[in-house]
Design a protein around this ligand. Structure first.
Ligand code: F6P
Length: 493
């Protein structure tokens, strides 16, 4: 099969340039690249279609074509869109998708003499491009939203009084209209979890676009763990150096008499919703937990965040201040370490090292949409004690079998009890079951198989009655486009 991934935002190159350094170069690009590579390895021809960028500040994206080493079936295809080729953030792409990007894709395949059998649209912008391609040349597609605009508006507390401001900054009207079209015209909508299908697509802003109860229109296809990085048998080039860094920072932060204890590893962004505070509270209130283990908070770039404000953003400081205060008031100095391990390879090496000390991974996010980070830790050999809110409730329990310990992130006693359970006599069983769970269900090969199944269903799905495509998407010169009034009509009901 020949499959086109439509991903206009961000960009792709063999060096994975700018990953995590810009909001448009985050998890979605990892996902698209890994599924594309896995499909390529299965023998399918895959094009990752993205935008050509000729901009001195964004040098790696100027060529029309690019490849990954050792992936002969996968091409990175860059198609121009915009008044010029300068970098544009994803919020500013909407007027140029129908005007430039989609016609450019059609011209490209016409010149090559054949079109993909199917497209898969990613995020609302890739979804809208898929809608326009299907309308023009009849090629079916699947849609993967990654993140839906309505939930982002909820989080930003959108209401009548701030709608114009939000529209000016994020262009939510184009996004919501694009998402509604994408979920309506697609053959199959791909979500990572059942909760994403029912709760996110079930938002009132998507009413009449798709029925979440219609099994024919949805496929739950979870993302995968990169076993070449996080596998318990994998070895990073920085493996030995990372072990030395871990030893060094533990010796810096922990009481010498506690250096032999296992650790509870918390590795996530310093973001209030990740709720590090409850883990520290668990240590502050539970003597048994404090006697059994130390707490290690890993960050991407802050090497001594409990003691130094160097390089810390205002948002991170807002998370750290209460942690520092609680550590001081509860006398937890010497039981908590915090340091930086930049990049996935080092993180994975640290997980493997800490697993040898019978440590445990902990995530107490108030809500975790999917929860790839716990699965990465499980692949490396750490048992899990993680939030029951969101994806982990689907990935870590099935048919009464536990693949990790689920905790209530709003209840300190539940977190402490869950950690003690994972650190206790069940450690070996939980580590083995969690790791096997990832190998069985959460690999990119499995994700690629899920995509193939969904794409085949999309190709067989003739589609029902379709929402009309506003003319502005094809021809932004034809009118004023969308505004806060359109947004209100969709979102405020
Ligand atoms: O890759 C980053 C990502 O996960 C993408 O899905 C998307 O670009 C972004 O985060 C979330 O987008 P938004 O904040 O616009 O919902």
């Amino acid at each position: 099969m020949h499959i086109g991934f439509l991903n206009p935002q961000g960009n792709f190159d063999p060096g994975d340039s700018y990953w995590t350094e810009h909001a448009d170069f985050g998890g979605q690009l990892v996902y698209v690249k890994q599924v594309a590579l896995a499909l390529g390895e299965m023998g399918h021809r895959v094009d990752i279609l993205t935008r050509r960028i000729v901009d001195a500040d964004w040098p790696p994206f100027a060529n029309d074509l690019d490849v990954y080493p050792d992936a002969p079936n996968v091409r990175i295809v860059r198609v121009p869109a915009g008044e010029d080729d300068r970098f544009l953030p994803k919020e500013d792409l909407w007027p140029f998708l129908g005007r430039d990007w989609v016609p450019g894709i059609i011209d490209l395949y016409r010149a090559e003499g054949s079109f993909p059998d199917a497209f898969t649209g990613h995020y609302g912008d890739g979804g809208l491009a898929a809608v326009l391609l299907r309308a023009e040349i009849g090629i079916p597609f699947t849609f993967t939203a990654h993140s839906l605009g309505a939930q982002k508006m909820d989080k930003l507390e959108a209401r009548c009084s701030n709608l114009t401001e939000l529209e000016d900054r994020y262009h939510f009207a184009s996004r919501l209209v694009g998402e509604r079209l994408a979920m309506n015209h697609s053959g199959v909508n791909i979500t990572s979890t059942r909760q994403e299908r029912f709760e996110q697509y079930g938002h009132h802003a998507y009413r009449e676009a798709v029925s979440v109860d219609d099994d024919a229109r949805f496929a739950v296809v979870p993302p995968g763990v990169n076993l070449a990085i996080f596998g318990s048998d994998a070895r990073a080039a920085t493996e030995a150096a990372t072990r030395r860094t871990v030893d060094d920072r533990l010796a810096r932060d922990l009481d010498p008499g506690r250096l032999g204890l296992p650790v509870v590893v918390a590795s996530s962004r310093l973001d209030p919703k990740k709720n590090h505070f409850t883990i520290v509270e668990a240590f502050a209130t539970d003597d048994a937990l404090r006697r059994t283990a130390n707490l290690v908070i890993l960050t991407g770039s802050l090497d001594d965040p409990l003691h130094s404000d160097d390089g810390i953003s205002a948002g991170e400081l807002a998370v750290l201040r209460p942690l520092r205060e609680l550590i001081a008031s509860a006398g937890l100095e010497g039981s908590v370490a915090a340091f930086a391990l930049p990049g996935q390879e080092r993180l994975a090496a640290a997980y493997r090292y800490l697993a040898e000390r019978r440590s445990v991974f902990c995530l107490t996010a108030l809500y975790e949409p999917f929860g790839l980070a716990p699965l990465e830790a499980a692949a490396a050999g750490l048992p899990l004690a993680v939030t029951r809110n969101g994806g982990p409730s689907e990935s870590l329990v099935q048919d009464g079998i536990e693949y990790g310990v689920l905790v209530d992130p709003a209840d300190v006693a539940s977190v402490a009890a869950g950690l003690l359970r994972a650190l206790g006599p069940e450690w070996d069983d939980l580590a083995a079951r969690g790791r096997q769970r990832v190998l069985d269900r959460y690999t990119w090969d499995r994700t690629a198989e899920g995509y193939l199944g969904a794409i085949e269903r999309a190709m067989a799905n003739a589609g029902g009655s379709l929402l009309p495509i506003p003319a502005w998407f094809g021809d932004p010169g034809s009118g004023d486009g969308f505004d806060a009034g359109d947004l209100a009509a969709i979102y405020l009901v």
